[in-house]
Design a protein around this ligand. Sequence first.
Ligand code: NAD
Length: 489
Amino acid sequence: MAKILIRNEWQESLSRRSRPVTNPSTLEKIDEVPEGNAEDVDHAVRAAREAQINWKMVTGLEKADLLHHVARKIREDRREIAKLLTLEAGKPLIESLDCVEWVAACFDYYAEIGRHERGSSLPPVGRHQVNFTIKEPYGVVACIVPFNFPLLLMSWKVAPAIAAGNCVVIKPPEVAPLSTLRLAKSFEDLPPGVINIVTGSGEEAGEALVRHPDVNMIAFTGSNNIGKRIMRLAADHIKKINLELGGIDPLIVFEDADLDVAVPGTAWARFLNAGQVCTSSKRIYVVEKVADEFIHRLVEHTKTLRVGNPIDPETDIGPMISEEQLKRVERQVAEGIKQGGKLLYGGKRVPGQNGWFYLPTVITDVQPDNLLFTEEVFGPVAAIARVKDAEEAIRLANDSPYGLGASIYTKSLETAMKAMEEIKAGSFWINDPLSDNDAGPFGGMRQSGLGRELGTEGLDAFRETKHVHLDYMMEKKDYWFPYKDRPIH
Ligand code: NAD
């Protein structure tokens, strides 16, 4: 049975319970992991707290070396880690291999920028004074990760957090923790306690981490409801929080778009990872002039996608993560059709399959108040609305309380820049939806989150600024007491 990682040692959990991890394609049990409890969390937090005293003093160069070493070890084991990710999360093998490479690249990126700067020098307000800032780690960071990208979203937290001098406790998603535990072998040459892992449920292990008084910061990616709960709990200790939450992202196909590109691009942006991506294009707006052609071609393209066991290298779309998620999508699709959506393809489970497979689905005539546009549909469902023109498309794209990402297809610079200026979104993709860049900050506007990951912002998210004021001449100041000697002008 897999164990919990504390101080770089695989320890038996203090909880006697365990939880099975199931393959969503075959419904077979792969393994089981400890159902971590508050005591496990306390052990891990104490290990991180002790380790942080020395870790924050490690020089930038030494830290960079260690982070590059982690990246190298991840690459050495990439096939094994990717296979496990596919087995437990249902991600097509090719996507899992990509993910593992992105994780390694993220450790390389923060190895590089982690030693670049630690503050800045400021112009002083008086003579013989020096002012500067230093950026300090928060201390112990809880990294709480969702099921859809267990490794990648872990790396976006752990790599910058430790580069900034924090130590961490990771809480992997309960349904897909095995690839994180396997990848953790790449952490074994770090000083003990810098990275710790507690598996288990959100309600027990996750919440114990959020409530622990010695956790200084919570870096959370997941659903809005849990994000709100964490925000409330964090208020008790004014803990620092970074929240990466859900979204109902728009994708607009303008009338000048090249449909040979926009059609497969849209299908990828909506069906990638069985539609379980925070930035999936969940509201598709197509300008009337090209709508019939676009919809016809999208349906034909969707029919060609291979849904099946993700371990088969030719599979495009694997299963959804669980029956619970699948049933939710089934309910949403049924309700969306009742509310006027027109089903053109899919809308059902894949016949003859054991696992949680749902056909990629295309629904048109979706009105702005249809639940397919107002609730996050975390499954492979392309919901489409026809719009009159560019103006209406941009107005509707903004018609949401969320603001995670937005994508457009157009060849017009004017249209692209106008949409970019007007649409509220933390990421804006023009003619290439959903691609990430380690150097580009990622996060949500409006109710899609708080703070940013990746880029230099993603390093600053894990450190706080101290302003240092220094006067190199020790002298009495004429503005001190007594005021009676100070003339009033
Ligand atoms: P979730 O909120 O159910 O769970 C996320 C993590 O939080 C899991 O590890 C879970 O165990 C833990 N958790 C649950 N309850 C907790 C509690 N009370 N205290 C502490 N931790 C708790 O999310 P999910 O279903 O795993 O992921 C899907 C959601 O994540 C979607 O809404 C998606 O849009 C969002 N997401 C956002 C981003 C982003 O970067 N903005 C990326 C991926 C996913």
